[in-house]
Design a protein. Sequence first.
Length: 101
Amino acid sequence: MSLDKETVRKIAYLARIRVPEDALAGLVAELNHIIGWVEQLGEVATEGVEPMASVVEITLPARADEVSDGGIAEQVLKNAPEPVVAPGTDGGYFAVPKVVE
């Protein structure tokens, strides 16, 4: 596959990239070179090769999926300029300005 100036101009337009007319020739050469590399990847024999997520065979340790508050609410609220402890609740909250009227 080979790209020409018109195709590169259309790609730039679709990507919303302004490319000066004098830079199109260089961009055509670069994109054709990149497409050549991609075509080379298609020539690699991959029959029988298992897909993998890592080059090292590892199993990540799993933890229990439990909901918690983190147990550090007091430390988090130290960062708040105006922490609020709402009456009748078991914890504090950040006071924020009203954003909806």
